[in-house]
Write a protein that binds this ligand. Structure first.
Ligand SMILES: Nc1nc2c(ncn2[C@@H]2O[C@H](COP(=O)(O)OP(=O)(O)O)[C@@H](O)[C@H]2O)c(=O)[nH]1
Ligand SMILES: [Mg+2]
Length: 301
C-alpha cells in the first residue's frame, strides 16, 4: 500500500504479480461531513464483520490533503480496539501529489488488500467535496452518513452525495434532531430526480439510524449492506460496476502515462507551446495535437 501511495516505479510489477490472487473482496465506502461519526461507525462495522470471522481491511483516504492530519490521528484512536487484531488492517492514505490523485490509487490499494486475503474492505473518506464522493463511489456499496446538527440533508444534496448513496446512515440518533434529519432525507430521496425510480431491478436506498459509539443500529446497518450486496449480484450490477471501474482505472493510467511520455518527448517545447496558447497565437487543440504527435512511439503489445 505504501508503494501505491508513493506511486512507486515498482508498482506495475506488483500489480502484475497480484493477478490470479484477488478474489473480489467486498468494498464498502463511508462518506459524509467531518464529525458525523464515520470513523466511529467504521470501528463498529469492523466489530460486526469480525464477529462473522471476516478479515477486514480499512482504508482511510484523504483525496485532497498531501499530509496526514489530525483527522487521521483521531481515526486511529477510534479504531484502537482493533489495533492488535491480526485479521484487521487499518491504513490511512493521503495524496502525495502524484498525477491522478487518490481516485487513481484507491483501486490499486483495494487490489492489494483483496489479494492479501481481506474479505471486506471499508473505505472511509476524510473531508468533503467531489473527490471524496468519487473515492467513496469506488466501493460496491456506499454509505452516506449524516448526523443532526452536522450538515443536514439539504447540504448533502448540494454536495452531490445523494447520487452515490446506496445506504443512508443517520448517525448520532441519540441526539435531538435525528428524527428531523430522517424525515428531510426521506423526503429528499423520494423527490430526487437523480435517484432512479425503483423498477423490478431497482434499489431503493434505505435510511438506517445508528448510535455508532454504542453500536446501536449496527445489525440493521450490516443487514442493509448485505441486502445491497445481494441485490448487486442478482441484478447484474456488481459485474457492470466492476467493469466500469476497471475501465476508468485503465484509462486513467493510460492517460497519465501518455501525458508523461509526451512531456518527456516534448521537453522544453512545452514552454513554447504554453506561451503560444497563453498569448492567443495557438489554439489548445493544435497544441494538444503536438502532444499526440510527440509521444515516444512504443512497441505494440
Ligand atoms: N452522541 C454521539 N456521538 C457520536 C456518535 N458517533 C460518533 N460520535 C462522536 O462524534 C465525534 C466524531 O466522530 P468521528 O468518528 O471522528 O467522526 P468522523 O470525522 O466522521 O470520522 C467523536 O467525538 C465521536 O465519539 C453517536 O452515535 N452519538
Ligand atoms: Mg474520521
Amino acid at each position: 500500500v505504501s508503494l501505491v501511495e508513493n506511486a512507486s516505479p515498482q508498482l506495475p510489477d506488483v500489480m502484475a504479480a497480484l493477478v490470479g490472487h484477488t478474489t473480489g473482496a467486498r468494498t464498502v465506502g463511508v462518506t459524509g461531513a467531518p464529525g458525523v461519526g464515520k470513523s466511529t461507525l467504521v470501528g463498529a462495522l469492523v466489530s460486526s464483520f469480525r464477529r462473522r470471522r471476516a478479515r477486514v481491511g480499512v482504508l482511510a483516504v484523504d483525496p485532497t490533503s498531501p499530509f496526514s492530519g489530525g483527522a487521521v490521528l483521531g481515526d486511529r484512536v477510534r479504531m484502537q480496539e482493533h489495533a492488535l487484531d491480526p485479521d484487521v488492517f487499518i491504513r490511512s492514505m493521503a495524496s502525495r501529489g502524484h498525477l491522478g490523485g487518490l481516485a487513481w490509487a484507491t483501486p490499486q490499494a483495494l487490489r492489494v488488500l483483496d489479494a492479501a486475503g481481506f474479505d471486506v474492505v471499508l473505505i472511509e473518506t476524510v473531508g468533503v467535496g467531489q473527490s471524496e464522493v468519487e473515492v467513496a463511489g469506488l466501493a460496491d456499496t456506499t454509505l452516506v452518513t449524516l448526523a443532526p446538527g452536522m450538515g443536514d440533508g439539504i447540504q448533502a444534496a448540494k454536495a452531490g452525495i445523494l447520487e452515490v448513496g446506496d445506504v443512508f446512515v443517520v448517525n448520532k440518533a441519540d441526539r435531538e434532531g435525528a428524527n428531523q434529519v430522517v424525515r428531510d432525507l426521506s423526503a429528499m430521496l423520494r423527490s430526487a430526480p437523480t435517484v432512479p425510480a425503483p423498477d423490478s431491478f431497482g434499489w431503493t436506498p434505505p435510511v438506517v439510524r445508528t448510535v455508532a459509539h454504542r453500536a446501536e443500529g449496527l445489525d440493521a446497518l450490516v443487514g442493509a449492506i448485505d441486502e445491497h450486496a445481494d441485490w448487486l449480484v442478482s441484478s447484474g450490477r456488481l459485474a457492470d460496476r466492476r467493469r466500469k471501474q476497471a475501465l476508468d482505472e485503465v484509462e486513467a493510467l493510460a492517460a497519465a502515462q501518455f501525458v508523461e511520455q509526451a512531456r518527456v518527448a516534448l521537453g522544453a517545447d512545452r514552454e513554447e507551446l504554453a506561451e503560444r496558447v497563453a498569448t492567443g497565437r495557438l489554439d489548445p487543440y493544435t497544441a494538444a495535437d503536438r502532444y499526440l504527435a510527440a509521444r515516444r512511439p512504443t512497441e505494440s503489445v
